[in-house]
Design a binder for this molecule. Structure first.
Ligand code: ATP
Ligand code: MG
Length: 444
């Protein structure tokens, strides 16, 4: 037998009424998993000090370990009545809830417990929880969805065929991506010669539909790399524990198929959860995400990391530290030359009358996003489709069709820009949003 145990036992034999000594012994017995002995010891302690909550909790834990679950439950009930809120107790409640197949409670208690004390994180429990969730099928609605999401994730390696040429405008953003992540990947020796550390990613932000996702995909196409698109809310929706594993697997998959562009969409979902949500599983995810980004345990050589968000102001500043998303780039609504480029891109392959006046279209589409412009063209095409079907031939679209379509489709970036204005006016201390200020013609 272990020396500590032996000494404690001798001490207890010498002063059998010393509850503190007995608790030390009980604790040691539990640590060594001598549950039956611990049970006897704890009962003795409770005879000495009936109101010792900690001893009660330990006794419940020992009963649990001895598979005397109903007795454990009775003590737990008593402790609950007494308002015990020790994290280890909350964890026991999670175990009891799982035993009763009360999955939402099990998950909730587990999260509260781990949130209060990280050391209570228990992969066996997580595995059991997940297994029970899967067994019980759609009992929680989400469970089946999450497995679908799992599968979707891992199938998600693409080889995009598009390049920067397929993205209209945004010259400075393309340059930034090239400088920060493409060149270092292609010419690491030059960067090293200047002692510049390679790594980190680029965070794209801006109104919806202006090309963030498109750019990320095109970045992969530029250098013939693989592309993995990860929706952060998909990860967060997954069940406790396994989401971290999934995140790690995604990084590993990217590392295995390098060069690879790893793109995290809606990354603000993470930042918000860390500071405002009391949800331990998402906090794990954030920390794990930062770990993976830092590339300490596994090298991120050959990975290009991009992320996108519509609300950078909600992102935890931990993400912006050097080596993480230390470049944050505004993907603005297309200006006139960019809109011209986008019209040209999309009208190229479409049957149209000669002499379409693109300059005029550009003038009429201030504040239209790239996605809006695409929608305009789609509306124009639809208006011609019926005629084409009637006449059984392709009827080319006209300038008038396009102008009508513009009238029917309102620009979608204004709302974002007015929200952004508030954030930028009050949260631009570090000059982070200077580009937005400039775009909105605001003075610092
Ligand atoms: N600069 C652009 N050049 C060409 N097409 C564009 C451009 N911007 C947007 N589009 C078109 O609009 C579609 C939507 O753009 P994308 O998905 O990249 O926007 P996003 O900025 O990622 O939006 P969200 O914030 O909603 O995710 C693209 O698939 C593309 O067809
Ligand atoms: Mg997008």
């Amino acid at each position: 037998m272990d020396n500590t145990l032996k000494n404690l036992k001798e001490a207890v034999a010498l002063s059998p009424d010393n509850a503190i000594l007995r608790k030390m012994l009980a604790k040691e017995l539990m640590a060594e998993e001598y549950w039956s002995e611990a049970e006897v010891e704890l009962k003795t302690i409770l005879r000495l000090t009936a109101q010792d909550q900690e001893a009660k909790l330990w006794l419940a834990q020992s009963y649990w370990a001895l598979d005397k679950k109903s007795v454990a439950a009775v003590i737990a009930e008593e402790l609950e009545d007494q308002g015990c809120d020790a994290p280890a107790f909350t964890f026991l409640l999670a175990q009891l809830a799982l035993e009763n197949k009360d999955l939402p409670k099990a998950k909730e208690y587990y999260e509260i417990a781990v949130n209060a004390n990280l050391a209570l994180k228990n992969t066996t429990f997580e595995a059991q929880l997940k297994e029970t969730i899967l067994e019980s099928g759609a009992a929680l609605g989400n469970a089946t969805e999450s497995t679908e999401a799992d599968e979707q994730f891992f199938a998600d390696i693409e080889k995009p065929a598009i390049t920067f040429d397929h993205v209209g405008g945004l010259a400075s953003v393309k340059k930034e991506i090239a400088l920060k992540i493409i060149h270092p990947l292609k010419n690491p020796q030059i960067y090293e010669a200047y002692g510049k550390k390679i790594g980190g990613g680029v965070l794209l932000y801006g109104p919806p539909g202006c090309g963030k996702t498109l750019l990320a995909r095109a970045t992969a196409g530029e250098i013939n790399a693989s592309f993995i698109n990860v929706g952060i809310s998909d990860i967060l929706d997954m069940w406790v524990g396994s989401s971290e594993k999934n995140l790690h697997e995604i990084f590993q998959k990217a590392r295995a198929s390098k060069p690879c562009v790893l793109f995290f969409d809606e990354v603000d979902a993470l930042g918000a959860s860390r500071s405002t949500m009391q949800n331990s599983s998402s906090r794990f995810i954030v920390n794990q995400f930062l770990d993976e980004l830092d590339g300490i345990r596994y090298s991120n050589d050959g990975l290009l990391i991009l992320a996108a968000t519509n609300s950078p102001w909600y992102l935890d500043s931990a993400f912006r530290r050097p080596g993480r998303f230390d470049r944050i780039v505004f993907v603005q609504p297309p200006d006139a030359p960019a809109r011209e480029a986008i019209f040209n891109l999309y009208l190229e392959a479409i049957p149209k009358e000669a002499g379409i006046n693109i300059t005029k279209l550009v003038k009429q589409t201030k504040d239209y996003s790239g996605a809006d412009l695409k929608a305009v063209i789609d509306i124009a095409i639809e208006s011609k489709l019926e005629a084409s079907l009637m006449e059984n031939k392709v009827v080319p679209i006209t300038q008038k069709d396009l102008l009508n379509a513009i009238k029917r489709h309102q620009p979608s970036t204004k709302e974002w820009l007015s929200t952004a204005k508030n954030h930028v006016l009050y949260a631009n201390q570090s000059g982070l949003y200077d580009d937005v200020m400039k775009y909105l013609n605001l003075k610092k």
